[in-house]
Ligand binder design. Structure first.
Ligand SMILES: Cc1cc2nc3c(=O)[nH]c(=O)nc-3n(C[C@H](O)[C@H](O)[C@H](O)COP(=O)(O)OP(=O)(O)OC[C@H]3O[C@@H](n4cnc5c(N)ncnc54)[C@H](O)[C@@H]3O)c2cc1C
Length: 505
């Protein structure tokens, strides 16, 4: 018997669960396949700003997550050097005016539970090994269950929500990004027990800048746990692996304000780290398939937007196409519209991440904007992270002009005014470029934005699924099995961009 459903989703974390819920609520038969068994962990610092928490709420997972008693963080504190501090409350997204940082074991389990409650069938320990094609369209997937038995599952739509090393991206010929940027910073982090839990400091998301070195601290779960993170140059990851405690002590010396905040923190876990976090866009839709979440687009974790955007892209995908699944032509058009929407939603943040991952001190113009706006606690600059407004809205041209003028008047840095203007012009070109791209909305624009994208990007390498037991003989006679790769559509159009426009990946 051929098994069929309306939608098969590969991956059941942020993007997969967020897509499964609206499809199921629309009455569609949804099967979600994940090779993990939940609860299952994932390397991440898992901070969610209010708009990300709001996405969790939309999926219907928030109450269960809040039952774990996580600290709600209504405050953000950005400290630059030893004399500059911006302290703001978050602007609410819906009725959510706080951040959460819930570890992935708990969070992702609750996402799976929410997908099941909505009516989706989630099959754990189910590893997709191959896409099935019919008449040039994606028609389903072949997957191996926990015992290694293979099954074919047919659907009107295949959603790859299977992360950066997406099997579905590989199968549809879209693995190679059409646009990418190398990260400058790496992540080195650990958890500790925070004595200041239940105080304002214990409810604050801290960000410290010491020259070009960046660090963070935020409350996590269980209550009383804090996540402590350094994001220095990506090369630091290798140093931290060789001598973890030596590295940690050296960084704390460089970060006296953070060291003060860490006084009394105990029970530090071993360090976790990575420096392979290049950002990218992949062609993310085609006949009968879509790539949601990290599978289609990844941005530098320095700005902590990945989870929110993964959920946003999964949810909006389902909302856009659930009503047209039965008409292939309409479905493909809707998929393309969704990809355009996703790019519009994520483009400014992608560039913001590329700016923040440069291993440089806060640009004087931005530091000046922080200084000029550091008096009140009302949400403003924090919108850059909270996503209530986009980067062009928060860093408006008049505001950048005032920042530059003030930086020149009060210049007490090592830079001459001439150098300061040169740096400001370089960044201004990026800000103008982002506005231009948003205005033009060119589909799958492969042209890098000078000053934002960094060359030699290294998107994660594809790891082919391990071989599974040969399929039962009867299956190889099914019509789909009779199809060959020749029936696959050719690579998505973005893969065919001229060499000169391609970023070196
Ligand atoms: C070090 C680091 C720190 C980060 N910190 C933050 C942060 O603080 N805040 C934030 O918002 N974002 C952060 N991110 C980004 C965030 O983790 C991702 O954006 C998010 O996990 C993407 O969710 P997803 O559902 O698209 O993919 P994933 O979370 O990667 O889930 C993909 C799922 O697909 C399954 N899968 C893969 N292949 C197959 C297959 N062949 N068959 C079946 N199942 C398969 C996997 O088992 C997995 O469960 C960080 C990322 C990194 C690397």
């Amino acid at each position: 018997m051929e098994e069929t459903c309306d939608v098969v989703i590969v991956g059941s974390r942020l993007a997969g669960a967020a897509a499964a819920v609206p499809f199921a609520r629309a009455g569609r038969r949804v099967v979600v396949l994940d090779r993990s068994r939940f609860p299952s962990n994932q390397l991440s610092t898992h901070l969610l700003f209010p708009s990300g928490v709001h996405e969790i709420q939309k999926i219907g997972a928030l109450d269960a997550i809040l039952a774990n008693d996580p600290v709600k963080s209504p405050w953000v504190s950005i400290q630059i050097g030893d004399d500059l501090e911006l302290s703001e409350r978050w602007r609410p997204s819906g009725d959510i005016d706080y951040c959460l940082c819930v570890n992935r074991l708990i969070q992702d389990m609750e996402l799976v539970n929410a997908a099941r409650r909505a009516g989706a069938e989630v099959r754990e320990k189910s590893r997709v090994v191959k896409m099935l094609w019919r008449g040039g369209r994606a028609a389903g997937v072949r997957y191996a269950d926990a015992e290694g038995n293979e099954h074919n599952l047919y659907a009107k739509l295949v959603v790859g929500a299977d992360g950066r090393r997406s099997t579905i991206a590989q199968e549809v010929g879209s693995f190679r990004p059409y646009r990418a940027s190398r990260n400058g910073r790496g992540l080195i982090f650990r958890y500790g027990k925070d004595p200041l839990v239940n105080t304002r400091a214990g409810e604050t998301i801290f960000q410290w800048w010491e020259g070009d070195s960046l660090s963070f601290m935020f409350p996590s779960v269980p209550r009383g746990t804090a996540l402590i993170l350094f994001m220095g140059a990506s090369e630091e990851v290798e140093r931290a692996k060789v001598d973890p405690e030596g590295y940690w002590a050296e960084k704390l010396k460089r970060h006296p304000r953070m060291a003060k905040r860490l006084e009394g923190v105990t029970d530090m876990t071993p360090l976790m780290s990575t420096n392979t976090t290049s950002s990218f866009f992949r062609a993310s839709s085609g006949p009968g398939w879509a790539l949601a979440g990290d599978a289609g687009h990844f941005k530098d974790p320095v700005i902590g937007q990945g989870q929110r955007d993964a959920m946003w892209s999964g949810r909006v995908l389902a909302e856009t196409v659930a009503g047209v699944l039965d008409d292939p032509a309409e479905l493909d058009q809707a998929l393309r519209r969704w990809e355009q929407k996703r790019d519009k939603e994520c483009l400014a943040s992608y560039h913001f991440g590329n700016l923040e991952t440069r291993v440089e001190a806060v640009p004087p113009v931005l530091a000046e904007i922080v200084r000029l706006n550091s008096k009140g606690v009302k949400p403003d600059l924090s919108d850059l992270y909270g996503r209530a407004r986009s980067m062009p809205q928060v860093l408006s041209l008049p505001r950048l002009t005032v920042g530059l003028t003030s930086a020149l008047v009060h210049n007490d840095s090592d830079q001459s005014n001439r150098e300061l203007i040169a740096a400001a012009v370089r960044d201004l070109k990026v800000h103008l470029g982002v506005r231009r791209e948003l205005r033009r909305q060119r589909f799958r624009n492969p042209i890098p934005l000078t000053g934002s994208e960094h060359g030699n990007a290294e998107p994660p390498a594809y790891r082919a699924p391990a071989p599974v037991r040969p399929a039962p003989a009867a299956e190889s006679a099914t019509p789909v099995q009779a199809e060959t790769n020749a029936q696959k559509p050719s690579a998505p159009e973005a893969q065919k961009t001229p060499e000169k426009h391609e970023v070196n990946v």
